[in-house]
Write a protein that binds this ligand. Structure first.
Ligand SMILES: [Zn+2]
Length: 339
């Protein structure tokens, strides 16, 4: 029950935290009361109260302080801290130790989804940017359908945006400008991102997973009673029906995460790329259905095919007609790799 109790005390202490902003069920952004955040800019808010397993913690990205929720409350209100400790003891937990192993995993029932309209300081939705903004222009050049703009972000500072999404993130991340594709869970909570560089950077894509689970990107809810398509890049997946993108961990590993009537692995059209050739060979040997691209198709990946003029309907037609498995896949693969 510690989590419920912690949330209750965040609400109780919130009157002493001007500008506190609730980002999601277990994430709040505040002006740091310990260092005062920025004196010049009263809008700077670099303190975060966030969830880690069954407890809440406080961390400030300005002064670097990290505290358990109890110790954070103590700096603001001794009286409230005492009540907090008492209530935690009455629940059979030490107020100081935030790390008592739970005797059972308490999962609160959630009925509602997290809002998709959260405002971020370091990112904006593509749908809210002017059409001549360079990130919108980039999305247009990749022919990403406009219907998805409302769930794509432009960030001028990737690292700052990541710290808004996951205050505890310790990874070394560049703070550059990127198109960010959020990966959401069943409650629409952002559990990871795929971020495409907009300026020249050796790291064209950065994939991050904020959850403890393996994740994948799905632009819409997938229908597992029919064939589910699996591609590598999130951008590629915008053009394919009933499709998920693995975003890094590999098509076969991602296929293992879902139960579906049929799983079709769609690799890039690069017969001279040894790594890809080997992966397709492996997938066929493991009896997966794979797409073997026909010779006449123009483009080394799905997005390039679309950019070069293939319609979304023709693309999906081609995928259906060129999906093979078993012996037939072996024969088609053998002639494709000689292209
Ligand atoms: Zn601080």
């Amino acid at each position: 029950m510690a989590l419920f109790l912690d949330v209750k005390y965040v609400n109780l202490v919130s009157s002493q935290l001007p500008k506190i902003t609730k980002k999601n069920d277990y994430l709040w952004n505040v002006r740091c009361p310990i260092c005062g955040d920025s004196k010049k800019n009263l809008n700077k808010m670099r303190g975060y109260i966030f969830r880690k397993t069954n407890d809440l913690f406080y961390q400030c990205h300005n002064c670097g302080i990290g505290l358990s929720l109890g110790n954070f409350i103590k700096t603001l209100d001794e009286g409230l801290y005492k009540r907090y400790v008492l209530e935690r003891y009455s629940q059979g937990e030490g107020g100081k130790s935030n790390f008592k192993a739970p005797t059972f995993e308490f999962k609160p029932v959630r009925f509602d989804k997290v809002s998709k309209n959260i405002e971020y300081e370091n990112a904006q939705k593509l749908s809210e940017l002017p059409s001549d903004h360079y990130c919108v222009k980039y999305a247009k050049s990749r022919k990403i359908p406009k219907e998805f703009y409302s769930d794509l972000f432009f960030t001028p500072k990737l690292k700052s945006f990541v710290l808004e999404l996951e205050p505890n993130n310790q990874k070394e991340i560049v703070d550059d400008d990127r198109l960010v594709i959020p990966i959401r869970d069943a409650y629409d909570q952002i559990v990871g991102i795929s971020a495409r560089a907009l300026s020249s950077n050796k790291l064209r894509y950065i994939a991050l997973n904020f959850s403890e689970n393996k994740i994948y990107f799905a632009k819409n809810k997938i229908n597992t009673s029919t064939s589910v398509k699996i591609v590598e890049g999130a951008i590629d997946s915008f053009f394919v029906n009933n499709c998920i993108a693995c975003g890094g961990s590999g098509l076969m590993a991602t296929a293992e995460l879902i139960e579906a009537k049929e799983k079709v692995l769609i690799f890039d059209n690069e017969p001279r790329n040894k790594q890809i050739v080997d992966l397709i060979q492996k997938a066929i040997d493991k009896n997966y259905s794979v797409v073997i691209w026909p010779i006449e198709i123009n483009g080394k990946d799905i997005n390039e095919m679309i950019v070069k003029g293939l319609s979304i309907d023709s693309l999906n037609d081609s995928i259906e007609r060129n999906t093979f498995f078993g012996l037939e896949a072996k024969l088609k693969f053998a002639s494709w790799r000689k292209c």
